[in-house]
Design a protein around this ligand. Structure first.
Ligand SMILES: Cc1ncc(COP(=O)(O)O)c(C=O)c1O
Length: 402
């Protein structure tokens, strides 16, 4: 007879934990013991350059944001103790919603407690049992979970393949106008960029609703940092933009912005909006400051892309196979720079050696990686110095080629 808990010994995460314990490493449980700056920390006893965060603009130590959070903590307390719909809507939440709407040049905005609740909650709510959701096959877990809750018919199209999307929409016939299409700006594992222009062009033919998760592209792409839709000049075609405050804004929380007037009615149908406590005043206050920095300090975006180019050039000179090159995604670049390795054990051991030699990156193995390969995933920050990027390149050379 099996027990309720037996299955937890054969889940991929359990197998991975056993495998890494055998090798004497713990990529899933590395502890940041001391955080020194946006780009340096002590992790598991090793002083490292942080090359595996999503701190794209390096704003986590922005003094003005810290001060605003401290003031909010002193003046408004540690938490709201209630959901947005009950007692948890403070003036700061409303102000941030107005500022998010203005930043994205949209009429409406909703602020959530986490990015996950925003992307999951909106995906679960926009389409219902009579509708269809057409999602990119490499979508984030929060989108996968959300669409399952929606009750809609769920169809996946081949990752970043507009012709496959076109084919599937054609098959839907009249139902294509009751379809929600979901894509992301920058995909977080390989760092590839969605072909949003081609996806947006299909709207005219099929009349679907388009949602874009700009979690990794807000602050990174577009002249003003509004993400891929701005960079590709297709903002009018995107009906709902969702994303997070936990990456380029360096705090925590999520959002949905839209020009659709229905968003105010939708707000009160999203369960992770209604049934969870709202974000703390301190988080909202630091996010508001970070948003101003993201919008006006274009030099941060320039530094980010300079650093990303340095890392790409360095890795390419060393002959590494980088994220978008697999899966036929071409040679596009972004601040997510993933080194692709075929040998899983070599990848795991290399992750540990990188840590010991002073570079922390993210370890990604299947099924978390969108392929049969393992990834040593780096993410670049505007706060990295040229010397730090060079040290990352040299350490990879030493560990993988040495
Ligand atoms: C594409 C994407 N969407 C949503 C989320 C959820 O955001 P958060 O971690 O801030 O809850 C993430 C975070 O990893 C993400 O990568």
């Amino acid at each position: 007879m099996t027990t309720l808990l037996d299955k937890f010994h054969s889940l991929p995460a359990a197998v991975f934990r056993e495998e890494t314990a055998r090798l004497g490493i713990r990529p899933l449980g590395a502890v940041t013991e001391q955080i020194i700056s946006p780009t340096e920390a002590i992790v598991d006893g090793h002083r490292v350059i942080l090359a595996g965060t999503n701190n794209y603009l390096g704003l986590t130590f922005e003094q003005e944001a810290i001060k605003a959070a401290q003031d909010a903590l002193n003046n408004q307390g540690t938490g709201t103790t209630g959901s947005r719909m009950a007692n948890g809507t403070f003036a700061e939440h409303v102000a941030l919603e107005e500022e998010m709407a203005a930043f994205f040049r949209r009429k409406h905005a909703i602020v959530f407690s986490t990015g996950f609740s925003a992307t999951c909650g909106v995906s679960a709510t926009l389409a219902g049992p009579e509708d269809v959701i057409m999602m990119d096959s490499d979508s984030h877990a929060s989108i996968y979970d959300g669409v399952r809750l929606s009750g809609a018919e769920i169809l996946r199209f081949r990752h970043s393949d507009p012709s496959d999307l076109d084919k599937r929409l054609r098959r839907l016939g009249d139902r294509s106008s009751r379809t929600l299409v979901i894509v992301e700006g920058i995909y977080s594992m390989l760092g590839d960029i969605s072909p949003l222009k081609e996806v947006a062009a299909l709207k005219e033919k099929y009349g679907f609703c388009l949602m874009v998760d700009e979690a990794h592209s807000m602050g990174v792409l577009g002249t003003h940092g509004r993400g891929l839709a701005e960079a590709m000049d297709v903002e009018d075609a995107v009906d709902f933009v969702v994303g997070t405050f936990s990456k380029s804004l360096g705090s925590i929380g999520g959002y949905c912005v839209s020009n659709c007037d229905e968003l105010e009615a939708i707000r009160f149908s999203i369960r992770p909006y209604i049934f969870t406590a709202s974000s703390t005043p301190a988080m909202i206050a630091s996010t508001r400051v970070a948003l101003r920095h993201l919008e006006h300090r274009t030099e941060l975006r320039e530094a980010l892309w300079r650093n990303a180019a340095q890392l790409y050039d360095g890795f390419e000179a060393l002959g590494f196979r980088l994220g978008p090159r697999i899966d036929g995604l071409g040679d596009q670049r972004s601040p997510v720079v993933a080194v692709v390795l075929e040998d899983r054990e070599f990848a795991l051991k290399s992750w540990q050696k990188l840590l010991e030699k002073g570079v922390y990156v993210n370890m990604v193995v299947p099924p978390a990686s969108p392929s049969t390969f393992s990834l040593l995933r780096c993410s670049v920050s505007a706060a990295h110095s040229t010397e730090q990027i060079q040290k990352i390149i040299d350490t990879f050379d030493d560990v993988l080629n040495g």
